[in-house]
Design a protein around this ligand. Structure first.
Ligand SMILES: [Fe+2]
Length: 226
């Protein structure tokens, strides 16, 4: 029996869609020196009460966080594209003045005392992570960026960054941007839009999925390389 050409075409399209369904893995990017929990940070450890996913709400803060709210969310997926439950996304970045919560940052005098600097979002069955934060401030030598980890239990399965689409040309020489290309570079770029939060206040909004191998062991891979 001869197969009708239309059927062959449908089969070919179905096959192609399974190929394109495999998502691009979010690439490993340097952690940088200012992860708040690294051993070089001599500032007081961020208490558990200030590790939630709203970085604009700091327990005990006297004033509002500086900067326009920024809603960052997406789905953490495994390498097949399926939503990943139980993934902890750790987010850290500069305040509106471009200062980190880290003793190694020499601009401490400008640090916003009402910003949380760090947050965690743990995914449920739908794989969703979400943060309310502010647009990170710029500091010399880098494109604007968010830093993040994805952890499964105690294991860090991904260390990466999100950079800003509308600033790529301005910071063409940025080291992290230059270390990536093609689809891997695109997997780290976000394109925030102006919108409003649930209270109707102006906010930046960006969504970006994060694709990880939940069994990855990049620390061991780095050790091996050395
Ligand atoms: Fe950074």
């Amino acid at each position: 029996m001869k197969t009708h050409p239309a059927r062959l075409l449908i089969a070919a399209l179905a096959f192609a869609s399974t190929l394109s369904a495999a998502p691009v893995r979010t690439p490993e990017v340097t952690e940088g020196p200012f992860y708040p929990f690294n051993s070089n940070n001599t500032l007081p450890t961020i208490p558990p009460a200030n590790r939630d996913n709203d970085l604009t709400r700091l327990a005990g803060a006297k004033e509002a966080t500086q900067g326009m709210p920024f809603l960052l969310s997406g789905v953490v997926r495994d390498l097949t594209g399926a939503p990943l439950a139980g993934a902890k996304v750790e987010l850290w970045h500069t305040d509106a003045a471009g200062v980190y919560y880290h003793s190694g940052d020499r601009n401490a005098a400008k640090r916003d005392p009402n910003f949380q600097f760090y947050g965690e979002s743990v995914t449920g069955a739908d794989g969703r992570y979400s943060f309310r934060t502010i647009k990170p401030g710029l500091y010399t030598g880098r494109i604007r960026h968010f830093h993040f980890h994805v952890k499964m239990g105690d294991a860090t399965v991904l260390t990466s960054q999100f950079t800003f689409d509308d600033e790529r040309a301005t910071f063409a020489s940025d080291g992290v941007q230059r270390s990536l290309s093609g689809a891997a570079l695109e997997a780290t770029v976000i394109a925030p839009q102006r919108g409003t939060d649930s209270s109707g206040a102006a906010a930046w909004i960006a969504t970006k999925d994060i694709v990880v191998d939940p069994k990855a062991n990049p620390a061991a891979a780095r050790k091996k390389k050395k």
